[in-house]
Ligand binder design. Structure first.
Ligand SMILES: [Mn+2]
Length: 475
């Protein structure tokens, strides 16, 4: 605390990224965001999380929007507030590991188009998968005068995840050149008194600022923030009330009011926040009406604490079982999840490990024999392609699924040749801006479909501007 005994808690607003990713499948369009930016820019947020995670994929795939264009528009609007994104380490925003040249270029373009803070995580907390993105951020920070590398630790429970594990990892993160650390609790597993222990230990272990990110899924998140703030956490992630709670974050206005008049007072204007909430509320009501927002994701789901499965993963399991007409196997699959997780070295469950473990658990139950069928991703995980797990993987499962195969112990990206120029070649007919190759790198098919759509739209627009007398029109 400062001399006056004051330590205002800093707030990252998630309504433009995680909140709508967690509640309405990432479907908030850019056009809806733009009119409220001016007011949001006056709040005094530490940062606004607005890009990365699933927003990139959903923009191209469902909204038919260029995610880079969204970023530039947000940057234009937010004159005073830092913009933050979520980045999946060596997997960038995709689902496979990329060569270092693609990681570098993505970081460079993210910063040059407007991102200030890059929150980088790895589903196995294998720091080798984070190093390149951290290095790249530090390099372009010098070049662009903007950029902050935040390393996020995927929070999970299990024998291996002791306080010592978290504090040792925090020290390594400090050594690797990160600017801050985030505890990323995607499933809402961190309960209030454990937050006191964890944050106190982390603060003692490192000088780096500590940010806490959690979800309301299990119902404890507001209390967890309270204890974390008392224990010295520097920043918390919250969402404007119409898109808060449930599988999203605790409400911004509630946390602001909680700390009013205390040494942690944010000083935010509650009337301004009310104006902003008024803007988002009719949209929330519309999403409820259209079914985009399912009231089921808004309550408390205590199963998340019982099975330690993130909310998004639960709904994936349900839909996978539905497709197979096997909804009656739901609880069997839920019980199989921790067993598969253990076989695979007890990783945190977050994209992509959550999908890998979840899908394998479904196969194990439906086939009536464990690992009779193993997915491509399960095999990759067992080979070590996703990185090193905290606990060893099951030798029995390795022998059954990838008998006699060579396993990787080095950093997997070291085995991938630079791939940027090959990607450029593949997509050059569609290229309208440098960033297009990165969209293509992440989602080749989806991006190509988007490029075709974009071109068709442009041709239609251009035709209206055509000089019909001479037959000339802009191309
Ligand atoms: Mn999250």
């Amino acid at each position: 605390m400062s001399e006056q005994g004051k330590k205002p808690i800093k707030i990252t607003e998630t309504v433009l990224r995680d909140a709508h990713q967690s509640l309405i499948a990432t479907r908030m369009p850019t056009e809806f965001m733009l009119p409220i930016i001016d007011k949001m820019d006056k709040v005094g947020y530490h940062s606004v999380e607005c890009w990365g995670g699933a927003t990139f994929d959903a923009s191209l795939r469902f909204l038919k929007e260029d995610p880079w264009d969204r970023l530039r528009k947000l940057r234009d609007g937010f004159k005073n507030t830092k913009l933050q994104m979520l980045f999946r380490g060596q997997n960038i925003l995709g689902y496979r590991p990329y060569a270092d040249d693609v990681v570098d270029y993505f970081v460079q373009k993210s910063i040059s188009n407007g991102i200030d803070i890059i929150r980088i995580f790895d589903c196995l907390n294998d720091l080798r998968n984070l190093q390149e993105a951290v290095n790249a951020t530090n390099r372009f920070k010098k070049q662009e005068g903007r950029g902050h590398a935040q390393v996020a630790l995927s929070y999970t429970l299990g024998d291996a995840y002791t306080l010592e594990y978290w504090t040792d990892t925090a020290k390594k993160i400090e050594e690797m050149g990160a600017d801050s650390i985030c505890i990323k609790d995607m499933a809402g597993l961190l309960v209030p008194y454990k937050a006191t222990e964890l944050i106190s230990a982390m603060k003692a272990a490192t000088k780096l600022p500590i940010q806490l990110h959690t979800h309301y899924t299990s119902g404890v998140a507001g209390m967890t923030y309270l204890k974390a703030v008392e224990a010295g956490v520097d920043v918390i992630d919250t969402a404007m009330s119409p898109f808060s709670m449930g599988t999203s974050q605790p409400a911004t206005e509630v946390m602001v009011e909680t700390f009013r008049g205390t040494p942690y007072d944010t000083g935010f204007d509650q009337n301004l926040l009310a104006d902003i909430a008024d803007y988002f509320r009719p949209y929330q009501e519309e999403c409820l009406k259209t079914g985009l927002l399912n009231p089921k994701v808004m309550g408390v789901n205590i199963k998340t604490l019982l099975y330690q499965v993130p909310g998004g993963m639960l709904s994936n399991l349900v839909s996978q079982l539905k497709e197979q007409n096997a909804e009656d196997k739901y609880y069997q699959v839920l019980e199989e999840v921790p067993r598969v997780r253990k076989d695979l070295g007890e990783p945190p469950l977050v994209t992509p490990s959550s999908q890998i473990v979840g899908t394998q658990a479904v196969f194990n139950v439906l086939m009536g024999e464990r690992y009779k069928v193993a997915t491509k991703e399960t095999k990759g995980m067992l080979r070590g392609e996703y990185g090193q797990t905290v606990k060893p993987m099951s030798q029995e499962v390795i022998d059954k699924v990838i008998p006699g195969e060579k396993r990787i112990t080095c950093r997997y990206a070291d085995t991938i040749e630079n791939e940027l120029s090959k990607l450029e070649d593949e997509m050059k007919e569609w290229k309208q801006q440098d960033e297009d190759v990165l969209s293509y790198a992440l989602f080749p098919q989806v991006a190509t479909d988007f490029f075709k759509y974009r071109q068709a739209q442009q041709e239609k627009v251009d035709m209206t501007q055509a000089d019909t007398k001479t037959g000339a029109y802009p191309v």
